[in-house]
Design a protein around this ligand. Sequence first.
Ligand code: MLC
Ligand code: AMP
Length: 573
Amino acid sequence: MASVVGSAPRRLNWYPALGIAAIVSIPLLTWSLRRNCAQSVQKQDLSSIPSLPLFAAAEKLAKENPDKIAIIDKAKNESFTYRQLLADTVALKKLILEKLELQSSGDLEERRIAFLVPNGYDYVVTQWAVWAAGGIAVPLCTSHPVKEWLYTIGDSDPSLIITHPSFEKAAAALQEEVKNVAFITLTPFSAANSSAATLPSFQPSLPLSRRALMIYTSGTTSRPKGCITTHKNITFQADSLVKAWKYTSEDQLIHVLPLHHVHGIINGLVASFLSGATVEMYPKFDAATIWKRWQEKGSTMFFAVPTIYSKLIEYFDAHIKSTEAEAAARDGAKALRLLVSGSAALPTPTKAKFAEITGQVLLERYGMTEIGMAISCGLEIDSRIDGSVGWPLPGVQIRLTDKETGEVIEGTDKDGMIEVKGDNVFLEYWRRPEATSKEFSSDGWFKTGDVARRDERGAYFIQGRASVDIIKSGGYKISALEVERELLSLDSILEVAVVGLPDEEWGQRVAAVVKQKPGTAPLELQSLRAELKKEMAPYKIPTVLKLVDNIERNAMGKVNKKDILKTYWPEKA
Ligand code: MLC
Ligand code: AMP
């Protein structure tokens, strides 16, 4: 069985009760935190739920309004109340602890639980059950091939892997490869017995310093790292958004984002549930479904990456414009109270075109796996500035530093590296203390690697990333070096340079410049993509291929990727 507790914490693991209260000021959370004064971990009861802020908020809501819907699961076509969500959470918590023979302690003590569950109610119950049992949730990306899952599993070292029956084949393949780790196949939950669901009992909270979530994120130099956030971090990240965007229990979010990243998990799920809102969960994004759904009205929020807005515009132009549905479609989109864009730069033409169709001015914000959301434009329309991501979120500190000297930039209109401080900042990269400390300044600020400038209003404008080896495509962060490594493992490839090619729809496309081994048949994009699908996530696979006779290198043997762009795609450089 895997080891129990992770690597040494980078920062203090215990916070005084007052410090905890300071991070969450909405009345609901303050109320819940009064119950959270336990400084040591008490024995956990198998059949009750620790009063972590998220669960305490759900309990309060379920008591006040037993019929309040937490999740509308579009794949199941069923609705689930907060009461049932808590009841199902405790049932799965019990099952997990029994499977691992931890009935006596009733506590996973930060064991990692990896899970492969599609977007929907079953995903949320699984995540909540892991948290209720005191474990670290490791959500696996549903579109990854087995090889990527094996990497994540090998690195996160889980005690248990939970798979949904819809991943039956994947689970069999994983069981072949992964030994000495327990598996559970989830029995999908149903709303049929909803009225019989009783509210479980609650017990004092686990410490908020408990590690909660591990999200894999690409870096420039190594394989993806497990970014660990604690309950304190995720509560703070979500609460800061709740304050800024004023989520309430009246809100209904249309959720289409993947659930192995912070955008979908924190902004989409945790902040909504902390506010008692309803989340309508779709298996994945589909433009036709969203336009139709907006016409039916009743939802209030939509969060997406710029590529999704671009695809919505494309669909409107191709299938809705000049048809009978046009007025209703425009009207439906107009009825929402908040549409947010983030995870990548929102091109001004996309923002303008979307506003022209729907009357909605997209709210842009800036975030990162390691920090949740950090900067956001305001709810008021006139504080949504074109090309800007706005101002620091409540409780988040931002500074710009000079790229060469590291000195803090006080003034305006000068490019600097974004650095972040606050309880939103992650704890550590899993079992990589050196990588963790490398990303922090000597005075404790997290170095994002993004470049920005600030104007006289204090608004931030993202200028891009310092490293050319980080590509953002469709909102996904991709390491060019990781893609190069995969390509170099193919027999026919001698040398390769992977670059991010600017693209209106995807932000950037993954483009590969390849020098083949002498005598090998010329590579074709389609067959190359088909071959790589077994090896890597679909969004990492190059969609542009350029075969060349020579890849130019400098005296140090390095490829200058800016020159590569200029040479082969001068119109995009
Ligand atoms: C898929 N394709 C891509 C691609 N994804 N091509 C380039 N770049 C990508 N990222 C290819 C597929 O391989 C396929 O090709 C074709 O495009 C259509 O694929 P698809 O799967 O049908 O695309 P679609 O489902 O429409 O996906 C697009 C999308 C998705 C935008 C909905 O990429 C998405 O959900 N992105 C969100 C990512 C996200 O949540 N990021 C947040 C990270 S957190 P073929 O040849 O196979 O047909 C973070 C912090 C923060 O960044 O600030 O939020
Ligand atoms: P990830 O590591 O996948 O969480 O991606 C985080 C990165 O996405 C950031 O470091 C930025 O480079 C980028 N990003 C997020 N939001 C924005 C935005 N609104 N504009 C530009 N880049 C963004």
